[in-house]
Structures are given as C-alpha cells and as structure tokens.
Design a protein around this ligand. Structure first.
Ligand SMILES: C[C@@](CO)(OP(=O)(O)O)[C@H](O)COP(=O)(O)OP(=O)(O)OC[C@H]1O[C@@H](n2ccc(N)nc2=O)[C@H](O)[C@@H]1O
Ligand SMILES: Nc1ncnc2c1ncn2[C@@H]1O[C@H](COP(=O)(O)OP(=O)(O)O)[C@@H](O)[C@H]1O
Length: 287
C-alpha cells in the first residue's frame, strides 16, 4: 500500500489575458500549496479494474472522479492492465476553488508511477495530467508557481513569506466553467502579477498582501453574494489581505500574527460552516 498527500492550492493572483480558439481562457496566475490535504492510499486490485472508496459522499466514486480518469489514462499510456484500489480521505472542500480534485488526480499519477515502477519524470506526469484538467500539472509539482497557457505551463517561484492562511468556504459550490463564462473581458481589473512575483522574490509579506487579485471574483460574486459578505467579514475581523481562490467560492485571508488567527476563525464560524486555519506549505511537499 502506498500513500500520497494531495494538498490544496490557493491563487495569490488569477488573471485572464483573453479567450482562446479552443474555448478555454489564456490565464496568468500565481498559485501556492497550503497545508490542507486529502490523503490517497493506493494498492493493487486483483480484478483489473479501477476502484475508488471515498470518505465524502458528494465525491463520485466512478469514472467522473479525476482520480479514476488519471489512473485510466496512465494505464493506457503505459500499456498496463493491472487494477488498482484507491482510498480517498477527503479533507479539502469540494468544488471550492482549492483544486481538490486536481490534486487528488496528481497524487494518483505520482503514486501509480511508484506502484507500477514506470520511472516517469514529474514533467511527464504533468503532461499526462494536463489532458484531464488545467490545474493538474501545477498539482503534480506543488510548491509555488506562475501558471500560463490554460494553466498547464509552469515556472517555479520562491515560497511565499511565512504566514497563516484562513480558508472559509460558504455552503455553495461553484462551477468553474460558469465563473469563466461570466467574465467580462473588457471591464475586468487585472491583478498586479509582476508585483506579486517581485514580492515573492523579495520575501516581502506586506507587498504580497498588497498584490493579491483575482479577475474571477466579480464573476462568482455576481452569482453568489455570500462571497462578498465573507470577504467583508474576514477584513473586519483583521486579516491582512483577503481574496477569493480560483473560481471560488472559498475566500482566504492572510494573517502574519498567530494571535489574530483565533479571533478571525471564531468570528467567521458564526456565519460560515467551513473554516480552516492552515500554513503555506512553502517548498515542494511531495510524497
Ligand atoms: C479557476 C482555476 C484556477 O486555478 O481553478 P479552480 O477554481 O477550479 O480551483 C482553474 O483555471 C480551473 O482549472 P480546472 O478546474 O483544472 O479546469 P478544467 O477542468 O481544465 O476546465 C473546466 C472548465 O473551466 C473553463 N476554463 C478552465 C481553464 C481555463 N484556462 N480556461 C477556461 O475557460 C472551461 O470552461 C473548462 O471547460
Ligand atoms: N477527487 C475528486 N475530489 C473532488 N471532486 C471531484 C473529484 N473528482 C471529480 N470531482 C468533481 O469535480 C468537481 C470540482 O471539484 P474540485 O476539484 O473539488 O473543485 P475546484 O475545481 O473548484 O477546485 C466536483 O463537482 C466533483 O464532482
């Protein structure tokens, strides 16, 4: 039996540069992994099939699961016929903008590479993952990167300055396609991606806080006003910077002092069902 950790990501920035002929959007976004992770256990199965046992009843246990798709594709590419049994301990909120499913799929690729002794590089696993979802290549590596293309082209960046990340997810799920679909390419305000990259390179916490931005925020807030309310609450309780992650609806707050974390978490628990205080993972957290 093998074990892989599948950490969530947050978007420090998310910009859209235009619409592509294939229907996807050309993005430029800085993402980093945080210490909230699903656990994936992997063992061979005798019947030649792919099985998934999930702790979360809202997560599909069949071919709709990104773990199933990753295993199926890797089997085809590597010419493998063996079956596999995954046990998925879900801790990352689902359909939340935290790339939970993508990270599970990336963990499946890393784990099966070991189980089947395929000897593939992370670059090769990322390329296979990109056929299933745009966020999977980032999740194969973890750490901190700037992603371009539809999200699959990666350049590694230094880890963010040490701080707490408070994640708050309202009880709604957002479809990523709907958030992109509602984007107004003409009126959107672009985030300061270059300033964020400079802040990470300088290890400057205040500059990082000033540079967060996400063009999908107004699109998702238009469908779900709860997201704007949560952002206001998080600011009022004292977070240094507040942003929606990915297509949402999770809102995160950055906090430098541990003393303020409990106050913000307790304040938010009054009106948000799911709140987590976690650390940035810093460097690449694999295996
Ligand atoms: C918004 C982001 C930011 O990290 O993440 P989440 O909110 O899902 O965590 C990603 O761009 C989501 O990546 P991912 O969830 O892998 O998306 P995919 O499965 O590839 O695509 C789902 C749908 O989103 C839209 N899509 C996705 C990526 C992209 N660059 N342009 C798009 O327009 C398309 O409508 C596509 O059909
Ligand atoms: N392993 C998985 N974990 C969570 N959701 C999954 C998984 N595989 C497929 N899904 C489906 O993908 C959708 C998006 O889930 P998720 O990856 O958690 O969100 P996001 O793309 O917002 O980060 C969900 O509606 C869910 O049904």
């Amino acid at each position: 039996m093998l074990h892989e950790k599948a950490p969530a990501k947050i978007n420090l920035t998310l910009d859209v540069l235009g619409k592509r002929p294939d229907g996807y959007h050309e993005v430029e976004m800085i993402m980093t992994t945080v210490d909230l992770a699903d656990r994936l256990s992997i063992r061979p199965s005798e019947d030649g099939k792919i099985h998934i046992l999930s702790s979360d009843r809202y997560v599909p246990d069949d071919r709709r699961n990104l773990v199933w798709q990753a295993a199926d594709l890797l089997r085809k590419k590597a010419g493998i016929r063996s079956g596999v049994m995954f046990t998925l301990d879900k801790r990352i909120p689902v359909a939340a903008g935290l790339a939970g499913g993508s990270s599970d799929a990336a963990a499946a690729l890393r784990g099966l590479n070991r189980l089947w002794n395929l000897g593939l590089s992370l670059d090769e696993l990322a390329e296979i993952g990109a056929e299933i979802g745009s966020d999977i290549p980032f999740c194969v590596f973890g750490g901190t990167s700037i992603a371009t293309g539809r999200g699959e082209k990666l350049r590694h960046l230094p880890a963010p300055p040490n701080c707490w990340v408070i994640l708050a997810k309202p009880a709604i799920g957002v479809s990523t396609a709907d958030a992109y679909g509602r984007l107004n390419l003409k009126t959107m305000e672009h985030p300061a991606t270059a300033a964020m990259e400079a802040a990470l390179k300088a290890g400057d916490y205040e500059a990082m806080c000033r540079s967060v931005g996400n063009v999908l925020e107004p699109a998702t807030m238009g469908m779900h006003p709860e997201v704007a309310m949560l952002k206001d609450g998080m600011k009022r309780f004292g977070a240094d910077a507040v942003l929606m992650s990915g297509s949402g609806p999770t809102v995160y707050g950055l906090v430098s002092s541990e003393a303020r974390v409990a106050r913000i978490v307790n304040g938010l628990r009054g009106f948000c069902p799911e709140v987590h205080a976690v650390r940035m993972l810093g460097e690449i957290p694999l295996a």
